[in-house]
Design a protein. Structure first.
Length: 151
């Protein structure tokens, strides 16, 4: 009997078409839902009702106690991200359902984005961009990073 895996919430698609998709499909019978709806409890139950493994891409789905009761074959919820706030961890523990996530997977990207936003604020990039598009050359005080401590 093949392992039954379900991705209830690949909307907008992140897994679909990625290099991870064929690797997931190689593990067993895999269903990937690429449309909205996993945020509705009844629809989530319909999608994952007979799954043994759920790979949750987005935080739309809420794995409540009721959802877990209605999905008796479920053994693993794998969160493709860091947060597990959409999973009733105590209910999973009680039912022997393992919950995994990918902590720090995007730490470098978040740090880089933080630096980019700090520079954008210091250099007033959004205002300068609007001015340039309007045919104006923005003249004004901008903060330079030289000699500053960021963070």
């Amino acid at each position: 009997m093949s392992l039954k895996l379900v991705v209830p919430d690949d909307f907008p698609p992140a897994l679909t078409g990625s290099t991870a998709e064929p690797r997931l499909r190689a593990l067993g019978e895999t269903t990937v839902h690429t449309e909205r709806g996993a945020d509705r409890e009844e629809e989530l139950i319909r999608r994952i009702g007979d799954a043994e493994v759920v790979v949750n891409i987005r935080a739309h789905a809420r794995f409540t106690d009721r959802v877990l009761v209605e999905c008796p074959r479920l053994r693993l919820i794998s969160i493709w991200g860091t947060g597990v706030d959409n999973v009733d961890l105590e209910a999973c523990r009680h039912r022997g359902i393992t919950v995994t996530n990918t902590p720090v997977v995007n730490a470098d990207a978040v740090a880089e984005h933080t630096v980019a936003l700090m520079l954008a604020v210091m250099r007033r990039v959004p205002a300068a961009d609007r001015g340039m598009r309007a045919g104006e050359w923005a003249r004004g005080l901008v903060v330079q990073a030289h000699g500053k401590t960021l963070g």
